[in-house]
Design a protein around this ligand. Structure first.
Ligand SMILES: Nc1ncnc2c1ncn2[C@@H]1O[C@H](COP(=O)(O)OP(=O)(O)OP(=O)(O)O)[C@@H](O)[C@H]1O
Length: 250
């Protein structure tokens, strides 16, 4: 079976710092993989490479068998990869609904803005956004400007926008970061339900171990740019090297 995401020998250097050193990672179709590791391990840099925000120094990245690095960066979202960021990257001046509508632009027949200004295109984008807002319990806030909303709500808005693109591969960067235990548990349940309903492949970067263990069948651990573990979640969580790296008990 062709992996949905296949990363080989990915290397990124920032001057003297090697953020990723020949890292490999695969995620099969429909798999939910946790990517863990201490601060500075290289997790976000790996996402930046998959989404073409950063060009690696070496390595290969394939999405459903296709060479991601051969694509121009602006085509990555349109091909079925969506991501969220550690700190929610929403448009503060747009409403919650409009933010989610921007995620659905790839369904707009002639580009987001043309579709948004054409009556039928705008109606279809709104209807699609409202279905997603409903799933996320955000429909009541559809008209609310994103600016000023609590952090936990903005996290959900950003994930809703990524889901509105109906991605085949969803990359979540610290979705539970800054959330309270109840908000985090509710978000994990929501992601589980979405995954069950859509069968999408998910890679989730997270420090919150309970969140990762509740969602992911497999865990990959990075430390200082090196992969130090890759295996079933119940095995990796007990790996002494992982415990040492993540708890800082070297
Ligand atoms: N733009 C940059 N310029 C220079 N160094 C960078 C840059 N971005 C990241 N780094 C360095 O690369 C390494 C990996 O950083 P990265 O943000 O990918 O780690 P991370 O695992 O996502 O960490 P965190 O859990 O804190 O978000 C770190 O040493 C970081 O300081």
């Amino acid at each position: 079976m062709v992996p949905m995401l296949e990363i080989g020998r990915l290397t990124v250097r920032y001057g003297g710092v090697t953020a990723l050193d020949a890292v490999g990672l695969t995620a099969g179709p429909g798999e939910v993989v946790g990517l863990i590791g201490p601060n500075g391990a290289g997790k976000s840099t790996l996402f930046d490479c998959v989404t073409r925000r950063r060009a690696p120094d070496e390595g290969v990245i394939r999405f459903a068998g296709h060479d991601v690095l051969a694509r121009p960066p602006h085509q990555v979202a349109g091909c079925g990869i969506a991501r969220t960021f550690q700190h929610p990257a929403v448009f503060p001046g747009l409403s919650v609904r409009e933010n989610v509508m921007t995620g659905a632009y790839r369904f707009a027949p002639a580009g987001f803005w043309r579709a948004a200004f054409a009556r039928d295109g705008e109606r279809r984008l709104r209807a699609h956004a409202d279905r997603v807002l409903d799933l996320f319990g955000l429909l009541g806030l559809g008209d609310h400007p994103a600016a000023g909303l609590p952090y936990g709500v903005l996290k959900r808005v950003e994930i809703a926008r990524a889901v509105a693109a109906e991605p085949t591969l969803l990359l979540l960067d610290e979705p539970a970061g800054g959330l309270g235990p109840e908000e985090a548990a509710a978000l994990a349940g929501l992601i589980r339900d979405l995954h069950r309903a859509t069968g999408m492949t998910v890679v989730v970067v997270e420090h919150h171990m309970e969140f990762v263990l509740g969602l992911c069948g497999r865990i990959v651990c990075l430390d200082l740019g090196h992969k130090i573990a890759d295996g079933p979640a119940h095995v990796v969580r007990r790996d002494p090297a992982v415990i040492a790296a993540c708890l800082g008990a070297r």
